[in-house]
Design a protein around this ligand. Structure first.
Ligand SMILES: Nc1ncnc2c1ncn2[C@@H]1O[C@H](COP(=O)(O)OP(=O)(O)OP(=O)(O)O)[C@@H](O)[C@H]1O
Ligand SMILES: [Mg+2]
Length: 406
């Protein structure tokens, strides 16, 4: 504990009497200024005042004062609220965030800075926060009409009176974080676009050149096999085998080319490519696929079609690699202003929360599906539980006017 000492006695100073008195008064003034500075800075938690009956100690609620200095100087908003969300205390930083004079904040409701939707979310969250605290991201509606994305960290406070603070909040400005997120998303999208262009180029090369060459060799090998007579026994069998292997290779190259970029998608659209993909998947894996699509009356924008196709591809890859499923259902339909794609499997399922916590394990499938949906202004939900199968549901907004023109 540091205490401010009583002012110095001036009788020790030398010189003429008025000069001595003046010097004494200056010294006391300097002492008083230094004491005030120390009190404001939180360096002092008690003041000793000399009086007729001896020295008296006045405490300044030491620890609380130090915390107040900390809270006032921090770069985040801090508030205490009553249980009805009336503000009892707010720091300068919060006043700056909501562009309101500090003195007008005390006694008003915190709810005035939230939208109706965020108020409802906060109300629901408070029940949970009452036990262990909670975090929520909302838009703060500032006094001048502007909006600020923030994260609110809520802690219940011990209460012992009706007019006491029941809730403590720390409000963090997310503007910079959101800007970085947007930049990162734009960069990811650019990488995906470049990757798609490259995939398209390789697919075309495979389809137009390699597959054509393989077909020509296939025809020649057939001619060779036909020309060999039954007397050429082993040679004819070799030629037949060669022809069969070339046939398989051509099919495999064609499959790789389709996976890279199916020409059907560009030429005939999403419905057609979904049918092809499902048939391929069934034949390769033995898992049955039921297509429950409500046919769309017109083509979706090329970006949306490609995103939905890639999400389906990634989801089916996961079914093949992880699900041990017997049946998959794929459903595409229009829902209001959205197009919705759902992929269900009856496999072993998994715990999505646990999966999300295992960040940095190199798994990119679900992340890339989410990113594709988010970039198109949509969202992706994963519903899964152990031994209860998995559902991937993606919703992407349709362009204004409902559909893209054919
Ligand atoms: N349909 C599913 N059934 C069961 N588990 C699944 C299913 N889909 C995903 N998972 C689980 O979620 C994890 C993450 O999937 P994700 O697609 O993100 O990565 P990955 O498949 O492991 O690797 P990558 O897709 O990058 O090759 C998987 O490892 C698996 O444990
Ligand atoms: Mg995967």
């Amino acid at each position: 504990m540091r205490a401010a000492a009583p002012p110095a006695n001036d009788s020790a100073h030398g010189g003429t009497r008025p000069a001595r008195e003046l010097a004494g008064l200056r010294a006391r003034l300097a002492d008083a200024e230094e004491t005030l500075r120390a009190i404001r800075g939180g360096e002092v938690d008690a003041v000793v005042v000399a009086g007729k009956v001896g020295s008296q100690v006045f405490t300044l609620q030491g620890a609380e004062h130090a915390y107040r200095v900390l809270i006032e100087s921090m770069n985040e908003g801090a508030l205490t609220l009553k249980s009805d969300k009336m503000i009892l205390y707010a720091n300068q930083c919060f006043a700056r965030m909501v562009k309101c004079p500090l003195e007008q904040l005390t006694g008003t409701s915190f709810r005035r800075f939230l939208s109706a939707e965020d108020r409802a979310t906060l109300r629901r969250l408070m029940k949970r926060a009452a036990k262990s605290g909670a975090k929520i991201q909302v838009l703060l509606h500032a006094g001048d009409g502007s909006q600020l994305p923030v994260q609110i960290s809520i802690r219940p406070l011990a209460t012992n009176g009706i007019n006491r603070a029941a809730i403590g909040m720390v409000v963090t400005d997310l503007t910079a974080a959101r800007r970085n997120e947007q930049l990162l998303r734009a960069l990811t999208h650019r990488v995906v676009q470049v990757q798609e262009t490259e995939r398209g180029r390789v697919a075309l090369e495979l389809h137009d050149h390699i597959t054509q060459l393989l077909c020509a060799v296939l025809v020649r090998s057939q001619v060779l096999a036909d020309r060999l007579s039954a007397h050429d026994g082993p040679s004819k069998r070799e030629a037949m085998k060669l022809r069969a292997m070339l046939g398989q290779t051509a099919e495999e190259v064609e499959r790789i080319s389709r996976d890279l970029r199916p020409s059907v998608l560009d030429e005939l659209g999403l419905d057609a490519v979904m049918r092809d993909t499902s048939t391929d998947f069934e034949e390769r894996t033995g898992v049955s696929v039921k297509l429950a699509c409500v046919e769309l009356t017109a083509r979706l924008p090329a970006d949306t079609e490609l995103s939905l196709y890639r999400i389906l591809q990634e989801a089916l890859k996961n079914v093949e690699q992880h699900a041990r499923a017997r049946r998959v259902t794929v459903c595409l339909k229009q829902q209001g202003k959205f197009v919705q794609l759902a992929i269900n499997d009856d496999g072993i399922g998994f715990d999505p929360d646990h999966q999300r916590r295992r960040k940095g394990n190199g798994s990119l499938g679900l992340l890339s599906m989410r990113e594709r949906a988010a970039y198109m202004g949509g969202d992706l939900k994963v519903k899964s539980a152990r031994r209860a199968g998995t559902e991937i549901e993606v919703r992407i907004p349709l362009p204004p006017g409902g559909r893209a023109a054919k």
